[in-house]
Design a binder for this molecule. Structure first.
Ligand SMILES: [Mg+2]
Length: 239
Protein backbone atom coordinates (compact mmCIF):
# COMPACT_ATOMS: atom_id res chain seq x y z
CA UNK A 1 0.00 0.00 0.00
CA UNK A 2 1.39 3.33 -1.08
CA UNK A 3 -1.15 5.00 1.18
CA UNK A 4 -3.44 3.66 3.89
CA UNK A 5 -6.43 3.88 1.59
CA UNK A 6 -4.93 3.14 -1.78
CA UNK A 7 -3.52 0.03 -3.51
CA UNK A 8 -0.06 -0.47 -5.04
CA UNK A 9 -1.53 -0.31 -8.54
CA UNK A 10 -4.60 1.07 -10.21
CA UNK A 11 -6.09 0.04 -13.56
CA UNK A 12 -8.27 2.81 -14.94
CA UNK A 13 -10.79 2.78 -17.76
CA UNK A 14 -10.67 5.76 -20.17
CA UNK A 15 -14.11 6.61 -21.64
CA UNK A 16 -16.71 7.71 -19.11
CA UNK A 17 -14.20 7.21 -16.28
CA UNK A 18 -11.39 9.71 -17.03
CA UNK A 19 -13.08 11.29 -20.06
CA UNK A 20 -16.69 12.35 -20.22
CA UNK A 21 -17.16 10.75 -23.64
CA UNK A 22 -20.52 9.16 -24.17
CA UNK A 23 -23.14 11.03 -22.27
CA UNK A 24 -26.10 12.40 -24.23
CA UNK A 25 -25.20 10.92 -27.64
CA UNK A 26 -28.83 11.56 -28.60
CA UNK A 27 -28.22 15.31 -28.63
CA UNK A 28 -25.65 14.89 -31.39
CA UNK A 29 -27.90 12.56 -33.41
CA UNK A 30 -30.81 15.02 -33.12
CA UNK A 31 -28.53 17.79 -34.32
CA UNK A 32 -27.22 15.91 -37.38
CA UNK A 33 -30.71 14.68 -38.26
CA UNK A 34 -31.89 18.29 -38.38
CA UNK A 35 -28.90 19.21 -40.51
CA UNK A 36 -29.13 16.28 -42.99
CA UNK A 37 -32.80 15.19 -43.20
CA UNK A 38 -33.50 17.44 -46.21
CA UNK A 39 -30.35 16.47 -48.10
CA UNK A 40 -31.07 12.77 -47.59
CA UNK A 41 -34.72 13.02 -48.65
CA UNK A 42 -36.15 11.99 -45.27
CA UNK A 43 -39.76 12.95 -44.54
CA UNK A 44 -38.66 14.74 -41.36
CA UNK A 45 -35.70 14.98 -38.97
CA UNK A 46 -37.80 13.04 -36.45
CA UNK A 47 -38.34 10.12 -38.87
CA UNK A 48 -34.63 10.03 -39.61
CA UNK A 49 -33.78 10.16 -35.90
CA UNK A 50 -36.11 7.27 -35.07
CA UNK A 51 -34.52 5.14 -37.80
CA UNK A 52 -31.01 6.07 -36.61
CA UNK A 53 -31.78 5.07 -33.01
CA UNK A 54 -33.21 1.70 -34.15
CA UNK A 55 -30.14 1.09 -36.29
CA UNK A 56 -27.79 2.12 -33.49
CA UNK A 57 -29.50 -0.08 -30.89
CA UNK A 58 -29.33 -3.06 -33.28
CA UNK A 59 -25.54 -2.63 -33.55
CA UNK A 60 -24.86 -2.14 -29.83
CA UNK A 61 -27.48 -4.63 -28.62
CA UNK A 62 -25.40 -7.69 -29.47
CA UNK A 63 -22.07 -8.46 -27.72
CA UNK A 64 -20.23 -9.79 -30.78
CA UNK A 65 -21.56 -7.05 -33.12
CA UNK A 66 -20.63 -4.37 -30.59
CA UNK A 67 -17.15 -5.86 -30.04
CA UNK A 68 -16.44 -5.52 -33.77
CA UNK A 69 -18.22 -2.16 -34.01
CA UNK A 70 -16.16 -0.45 -31.30
CA UNK A 71 -12.92 -1.32 -33.12
CA UNK A 72 -13.90 1.05 -35.94
CA UNK A 73 -16.14 3.79 -34.61
CA UNK A 74 -16.01 5.96 -37.74
CA UNK A 75 -17.02 3.00 -39.90
CA UNK A 76 -19.67 1.94 -37.40
CA UNK A 77 -21.37 5.35 -37.49
CA UNK A 78 -21.46 5.11 -41.31
CA UNK A 79 -23.08 1.67 -41.05
CA UNK A 80 -25.64 3.03 -38.55
CA UNK A 81 -26.65 5.81 -40.95
CA UNK A 82 -26.63 3.54 -44.02
CA UNK A 83 -28.88 0.99 -42.31
CA UNK A 84 -31.23 3.73 -41.12
CA UNK A 85 -31.57 5.06 -44.68
CA UNK A 86 -32.21 1.53 -46.00
CA UNK A 87 -34.99 1.10 -43.44
CA UNK A 88 -36.55 4.35 -44.74
CA UNK A 89 -36.02 3.18 -48.36
CA UNK A 90 -33.83 6.18 -49.08
CA UNK A 91 -30.94 5.94 -51.54
CA UNK A 92 -27.29 5.99 -50.53
CA UNK A 93 -25.54 9.26 -51.35
CA UNK A 94 -22.42 11.21 -50.46
CA UNK A 95 -24.47 12.84 -47.72
CA UNK A 96 -24.79 9.45 -45.98
CA UNK A 97 -21.15 9.30 -44.95
CA UNK A 98 -21.03 13.07 -44.44
CA UNK A 99 -23.82 12.77 -41.86
CA UNK A 100 -22.10 9.92 -40.01
CA UNK A 101 -18.78 11.75 -40.02
CA UNK A 102 -20.46 14.94 -38.79
CA UNK A 103 -21.79 12.94 -35.83
CA UNK A 104 -18.30 11.59 -35.13
CA UNK A 105 -16.89 15.14 -35.22
CA UNK A 106 -19.59 16.43 -32.85
CA UNK A 107 -18.93 13.57 -30.42
CA UNK A 108 -15.18 14.14 -30.53
CA UNK A 109 -15.62 17.86 -29.87
CA UNK A 110 -17.78 17.15 -26.83
CA UNK A 111 -15.21 14.93 -25.09
CA UNK A 112 -13.71 16.44 -21.93
CA UNK A 113 -11.92 15.10 -18.89
CA UNK A 114 -14.27 14.89 -15.91
CA UNK A 115 -13.69 17.71 -13.40
CA UNK A 116 -10.81 16.73 -11.13
CA UNK A 117 -9.88 13.63 -13.15
CA UNK A 118 -6.46 14.83 -14.36
CA UNK A 119 -5.64 16.22 -10.93
CA UNK A 120 -6.52 12.84 -9.44
CA UNK A 121 -4.12 11.05 -11.81
CA UNK A 122 -1.43 13.53 -10.81
CA UNK A 123 -1.98 12.92 -7.11
CA UNK A 124 -2.03 9.14 -7.56
CA UNK A 125 1.33 9.47 -9.34
CA UNK A 126 2.66 11.55 -6.47
CA UNK A 127 1.46 8.90 -4.00
CA UNK A 128 3.66 6.37 -5.86
CA UNK A 129 0.80 4.26 -7.19
CA UNK A 130 1.49 2.33 -10.41
CA UNK A 131 -1.10 3.36 -12.98
CA UNK A 132 -2.38 1.67 -16.13
CA UNK A 133 -5.07 2.80 -18.51
CA UNK A 134 -7.08 -0.17 -19.78
CA UNK A 135 -9.31 0.90 -22.65
CA UNK A 136 -11.54 -0.95 -25.10
CA UNK A 137 -11.85 0.39 -28.64
CA UNK A 138 -9.67 0.92 -31.66
CA UNK A 139 -6.06 2.02 -31.41
CA UNK A 140 -6.12 5.27 -33.41
CA UNK A 141 -9.27 6.61 -31.71
CA UNK A 142 -8.27 5.78 -28.14
CA UNK A 143 -4.62 6.73 -28.66
CA UNK A 144 -5.84 10.03 -30.19
CA UNK A 145 -7.79 10.88 -27.02
CA UNK A 146 -4.82 10.00 -24.80
CA UNK A 147 -2.62 12.34 -26.85
CA UNK A 148 -5.20 15.12 -27.13
CA UNK A 149 -5.53 15.38 -23.36
CA UNK A 150 -1.82 14.69 -22.71
CA UNK A 151 -2.53 11.64 -20.54
CA UNK A 152 0.51 9.48 -21.50
CA UNK A 153 2.76 10.83 -18.77
CA UNK A 154 0.46 9.72 -15.96
CA UNK A 155 0.60 6.02 -16.86
CA UNK A 156 3.19 3.28 -16.43
CA UNK A 157 1.25 1.16 -18.94
CA UNK A 158 -1.23 2.04 -21.69
CA UNK A 159 -3.28 -0.86 -23.01
CA UNK A 160 -5.83 -0.42 -25.80
CA UNK A 161 -7.96 -3.29 -27.08
CA UNK A 162 -7.25 -2.55 -30.75
CA UNK A 163 -3.49 -2.54 -30.18
CA UNK A 164 -3.23 -5.42 -27.68
CA UNK A 165 -5.72 -7.60 -29.55
CA UNK A 166 -7.91 -8.48 -26.58
CA UNK A 167 -10.25 -6.24 -24.61
CA UNK A 168 -12.11 -6.24 -21.31
CA UNK A 169 -13.76 -8.34 -19.88
CA UNK A 170 -11.39 -11.02 -21.27
CA UNK A 171 -9.16 -11.96 -18.36
CA UNK A 172 -6.08 -11.88 -20.60
CA UNK A 173 -6.48 -8.09 -20.81
CA UNK A 174 -6.35 -7.77 -17.01
CA UNK A 175 -3.54 -10.29 -16.55
CA UNK A 176 -1.39 -8.51 -19.12
CA UNK A 177 -1.90 -5.15 -17.42
CA UNK A 178 -1.03 -6.63 -13.99
CA UNK A 179 2.11 -8.21 -15.42
CA UNK A 180 3.11 -4.92 -17.07
CA UNK A 181 2.81 -3.16 -13.71
CA UNK A 182 4.53 -6.03 -11.87
CA UNK A 183 1.73 -6.60 -9.36
CA UNK A 184 -0.56 -9.42 -8.24
CA UNK A 185 -4.37 -9.15 -8.55
CA UNK A 186 -4.80 -8.49 -4.80
CA UNK A 187 -2.46 -5.49 -5.02
CA UNK A 188 -4.55 -3.74 -7.67
CA UNK A 189 -7.85 -1.97 -8.07
CA UNK A 190 -9.82 -1.51 -11.28
CA UNK A 191 -11.91 1.62 -11.74
CA UNK A 192 -14.47 1.87 -14.53
CA UNK A 193 -18.03 2.67 -15.56
CA UNK A 194 -18.93 -0.55 -17.39
CA UNK A 195 -20.32 -3.27 -15.14
CA UNK A 196 -19.53 -6.15 -17.48
CA UNK A 197 -16.24 -5.06 -19.01
CA UNK A 198 -14.66 -3.28 -16.06
CA UNK A 199 -16.24 -4.71 -12.93
CA UNK A 200 -17.06 -8.32 -13.72
CA UNK A 201 -13.89 -8.54 -15.81
CA UNK A 202 -11.65 -7.38 -12.95
CA UNK A 203 -13.40 -9.46 -10.28
CA UNK A 204 -12.99 -12.71 -12.25
CA UNK A 205 -9.21 -12.40 -11.85
CA UNK A 206 -9.44 -11.29 -8.21
CA UNK A 207 -9.00 -7.53 -8.62
CA UNK A 208 -10.97 -5.22 -6.30
CA UNK A 209 -13.39 -3.44 -8.65
CA UNK A 210 -14.77 0.08 -8.22
CA UNK A 211 -17.72 1.15 -10.33
CA UNK A 212 -18.01 4.79 -11.42
CA UNK A 213 -21.66 5.78 -11.38
CA UNK A 214 -21.34 9.32 -12.72
CA UNK A 215 -25.09 9.63 -13.29
CA UNK A 216 -25.75 8.65 -9.68
CA UNK A 217 -28.41 6.23 -10.96
CA UNK A 218 -27.33 3.23 -8.89
CA UNK A 219 -27.02 -0.34 -10.13
CA UNK A 220 -29.42 -1.16 -12.97
CA UNK A 221 -32.31 -3.36 -11.98
CA UNK A 222 -31.63 -7.03 -12.57
CA UNK A 223 -27.84 -6.81 -12.82
CA UNK A 224 -25.99 -9.66 -11.16
CA UNK A 225 -22.73 -7.70 -11.03
CA UNK A 226 -21.79 -6.48 -7.54
CA UNK A 227 -19.00 -3.87 -7.53
CA UNK A 228 -16.74 -3.93 -4.46
CA UNK A 229 -17.26 -0.18 -4.16
CA UNK A 230 -19.28 2.51 -5.97
CA UNK A 231 -18.05 6.07 -6.49
CA UNK A 232 -19.50 9.06 -8.34
CA UNK A 233 -16.24 10.20 -9.95
CA UNK A 234 -12.58 9.22 -10.22
CA UNK A 235 -11.76 12.14 -7.93
CA UNK A 236 -13.63 10.39 -5.09
CA UNK A 237 -10.64 8.04 -4.78
CA UNK A 238 -8.57 10.78 -3.18
CA UNK A 239 -11.32 12.94 -1.70
MG1 LIG B 1 -15.80 3.29 -19.93
Amino acid sequence: MADGNLPAALLVDLDDTILDAHRNPDEAWVSVCREFAGRLGAASPEDLHTAIIESRDWIWGDPERSRRARLNMTGTRRVIVRRALESLRLPYSAATEAMADRFTALRDQAIRPFPGAIDTLQRLNEAGIRLAVLSNGDGPTQRGKIERFALEGYFDHIQIEGEFGVGKPDERAFRNALAALGVEPEEAWMVGDNLQADIRGAQQVGIYAIWVDSAGAGLPEGTLVRPDRIIGALSDLIA
